[in-house]
Ligand binder design. Sequence first.
Ligand SMILES: [Zn+2]
Ligand SMILES: [Zn+2]
Length: 380
Amino acid sequence: MAFKLLSQNDFDEIFEGKDCFCGSGASYEVCHREKKYRNPKEIALDQNRFMHRSRRCPVVTEGRNCEKPVIASHSQQRRGPLKLLTENGHVLGFSGGPNAGPRGESTPELTKISARKASTFPGLCAEHDAQLFRDIENQELKPNYKTALGLARRNTLYEAVVHTDATLFLNWLQTVPTFDFQMNTAGFTAELDNMRHYAAYNWYLATLISKIETRKSARKLYFFIAKIDACLPMSATGCFCIENDLDGVKLQKFSDTKRKFSYAQISVLPQGNGTTIFSISSTNDRDMHTSRKFLESFARCGAEELSNAILRTALEYTENIYFKESWVKTLSETQRNSLCQRFDDAAYFKVGLEKPDFSLARPLDIQLEGKVVASLLKTN
Ligand SMILES: [Zn+2]
Ligand SMILES: [Zn+2]
């Protein structure tokens, strides 16, 4: 299975002759092509529409794009971790997260998000979705290599699709619409570069992980995977560039000249049997020591400490994070604010801007119950 990397030409061609992303039913040419924006909120609304537009499956088989419509609902919603967090049809997510709608200027808040919309994997048709995720969706997850690999692949694909979308939207915003208000469109250029970089790199990682699985790559997947004896009140998935380890030791620095970094993939998935599977993996793309040292800092965590380290890491590095409302209600106002503040501190970082050394080591005044009962630190 291969995946298509979008080129600049694809960006130009993607809207031609299609229904407009806004859902008006009109073609793009007569609808949003010459959009005039009157305020930033309209942009945020359109970005949300764009991210939820109907998509085509990006899997390439025998040189041909699949192009079938992607599925709307994923088994995570129907049977998996999100169902366990859902109360009265919703979970709580951050107002600045990917599925929460337009974000204001202030610190993000925890808001109700329909479980149907939260964390939907945005990319594949029913057939390829089933093919790719069968191992990690339809059965209880076990802390082993197969699970770590499946979760790593799912995360990189998710990020690749989301960042490709963001690139497309920013690219379009910069070249097509006009603005009625003061807006520094030059400011997009840096962000567009970041998004392009992330999109391309995540497609590359998704392909690399497929090659690792079929043993067509000499690269390794380093992973630490743990089973926790409680259903943690949260789920999270994401990919991020490794910076500091859990002890606050700097492992990797950004630099303009190096375009390759060691990335990590994180998943926190509560299970139906009252446990939680936590997986963190890295493909040692830049150097093996960065991946290994980062994962070792998780393996060194005490059995009781890991759940809290997981919460900190998820807040620091994922947007795709959801909580069970009844748990959030048990927090004091101060704790709830610190949860939101921690997410906000991490939300808008860019490539080239480093996190402070203490970012992952800084404690959070919230205690999650849950002890590690099985774990594995390994390379394939
Ligand atoms: Zn439109
Ligand atoms: Zn497909």
